[in-house]
Design a protein around this ligand. Structure first.
Ligand code: DQA
Length: 165
């Protein structure tokens, strides 16, 4: 199963921008750690970062039929983007929203997330470790979906065997 990781504006500047808020880790180091976790657990993973809202919307749409779940840090678009929220609603994939900082403890304009209502969960405030927890959460969600599909397939196979007799 495949996890798509989508990163919003200015996250390409991690390690340089406001280290007191976002810590010292670069985005590529965070992605290396996520990739290792995915590989160790048998998941595919793909990374995308853009500073442009429309490109993020395009990437979310491309996830339909390509990815099984989305981990997204929409960065500043979290607080403004109905377009990103609508794209997530449209593709209907299990989604986790991630923030490095605790958006609820910062300026008031960061308290509101347009994205949270269309996500399975939100992980905030644990620095780069927020992404690791999102990986754990997403793998749990996808493993549960896989187990449910296998159960359904076994049940319908048993049913058609019964009908054939
Ligand atoms: C952020 C929080 C946002 O409010 C901010 O605009 C960001 C980063 C975070 O990960 O803490 O760019 O999403």
């Amino acid at each position: 199963m495949k996890i798509a990781v989508i990163q919003g504006p200015n996250l390409n500047m991690l390690g340089i921008r406001e280290q007191n808020v976002y810590g010292p880790m670069k985005l590529e180091d965070i992605h290396t750690q996520m990739k290792n976790v995915a590989q160790q657990n048998g998941f595919e993973i793909e990374f995308f970062q853009s500073n442009l809202e429309g490109e993020i919307v395009d990437r979310i749409q491309e996830c339909m039929g390509d990815a099984d779940g989305i981990i997204i840090n929409p960065a500043a678009y979290t607080h403004t983007s109905i377009a990103i929220r609508d794209a997530l609603s449209a593709v209907k994939l299990p989604t986790l929203e991630v923030h490095i900082s605790n958006i609820h403890a910062r300026e008031e304009f960061r308290h509101k997330s347009m994205i949270a209502p269309v996500c399975a969960g939100q992980i905030v405030g644990l620095g780069a470790f927020s992404y690791h927890l999102a990986m754990m959460g997403m793998m749990q969600i996808l493993n549960e979906i896989k187990a449910m599909r296998e159960q359904q397939a076994a049940a319908s196979a048993a049913q058609s065997m019964g009908q054939a007799q």
